[in-house]
Design a protein around this ligand. Structure first.
Ligand SMILES: *[C@@H]1O[C@H](CO)[C@@H](O)[C@H](O)[C@H]1NC(C)=O
Ligand SMILES: *[C@@H]1O[C@H](CO)[C@@H](O)[C@H](O)[C@H]1NC(C)=O
Ligand SMILES: *[C@@H]1O[C@H](CO)[C@@H](O)[C@H](O)[C@H]1NC(C)=O
Length: 312
């Protein structure tokens, strides 16, 4: 083995040198909102890239023409004043972009953006609006029109009274739900000043756009999952049968839907625990008995590494 060690060092040093030569260009990554509040730079390229990428990933057939979709989308707001948008101006875009969601797979969320999307797994487990073609293509982007060329404002988008895109997207999405539908709510929701808010919020997109758009002939049961943050102790003022959840139950039964409510179902609780494994509610009794497996795993890893070194 003696003569192999210089070889190993040689290989490692080549790795270091080439690693340095290929180092990434110096660019800083900023997380969070940027100062620019205008239309997202490269909006068209992002739109087209996401649109073709989505269809490639999901094997969409027949294919949707992304260039045509872009023209329908851009036509809805460009060469107009920034707040001059109506819900119906986006309809040609939604009609062309909205695909069917498989039965029993529609997942709504309100106040649980991150958790609902972790769980939906980009449409593999469930499909949220952001996992559908129109939602995926525009998620997290900003745009507004300008009456002058180039037709949009790249520096400032004002706060408009009427911003119809997401409510309209939600309407098209909800209208196509079939079978059982699912809703993830936040039982420990707070507003910007820290005051408790309803889990089922009357002003939410779910309450205003999605719920009224559900097709009563196609949807029968609504499974409501009320999630509570790990650090917040019981009793909860917002949970199944209490607070706004009682109100939701009344609205749904009045509309002829069946509501099945569950507080902190384990499959969602486990998702929360991924980032906080030491939180008291995340320490399940079976977790401690798994320790020996860790050692076996380490031994296997050591053997693999040793055989790589010996091979060299
Ligand atoms: C949808 O869910 C219902 C109720 O659980 C079930 O009876 C039905 O078979 C499901 N359909 C599909 C296509 O999974
Ligand atoms: C619930 O809302 C709070 C505050 O509004 C937020 O910090 C928390 O992440 C939300 N919980 C979930 C599960 O999304
Ligand atoms: C963008 O909006 C700002 C603020 O309203 C305005 O000063 C600017 O002229 C607009 N740009 C275009 C291209 O319309």
């Amino acid at each position: 083995m003696g003569n192999r060690i210089p070889l190993l060092l040689f290989v490692l040093s080549i790795f270091c040198v080439t690693g340095k030569a290929n180092s990434l260009p110096r660019a800083s990554v900023r997380y969070g909102p940027t100062e620019n509040t205008g239309t997202t730079p490269h909006l068209q390229e992002i739109f087209l890239g996401r649109c073709w990428g989505f269809q490639q990933l999901w094997d969409v057939s027949p294919e949707v023409d992304c260039t045509d979709l872009w023209e329908k989308f851009f036509g809805a707001f460009s060469y107009r004043e920034p707040c001059d948008q109506t819900a119906s101006s986006y309809d040609p875009f939604f009609q062309a972009a909205t695909l069917e969601t498989p039965m029993n797979r529609t997942l709504f969320w309100s106040g649980t953006n991150a958790l609902a999307h972790l769980y939906s797994d980009e449409g593999r487990r469930y499909s949220t609006l952001e996992d559908t073609l129109p939602g995926h293509v525009l998620n997290g982007l900003r745009w507004c029109g300008s009456a002058r060329a180039p037709g949009y404002n790249g520096t400032v988008c004002p706060q408009c009274q009427n911003r119809p895109f997401w409510p309209e997207a939600s309407k098209f999405f909800a209208q196509r739900a079939r079978g059982d539908v699912f809703l993830v709510l936040n039982g420990t929701r707070r507003d910007a000043s820290g005051n408790p808010e309803d889990a089922f919020k009357a002003t939410s997109i779910f309450a205003r756009s999605e719920l009224p758009s559900l097709n009563k002939a196609a949807v029968s049961t609504i499974h409501v999952w009320v999630m509570h943050d790990l650090g917040v102790n019981q009793p909860y003022s917002e949970s199944c049968g209490k607070g706004s959840l009682r109100q939701l139950d009344q609205i749904l039964s009045h509309d002829g839907f069946r509501m099945i409510c569950q507080d902190d179902p384990p499959f969602l609780r486990h998702q929360q625990c991924v980032d906080a494994p030491n939180s008291p509610v995340c320490v399940w009794s079976s977790a401690t008995s798994k320790a020996p497996k860790q050692t076996i795993y380490n031994n296997v890893l050591f053997l693999i590494l040793l055989s790589i070194v010996l091979y060299l």
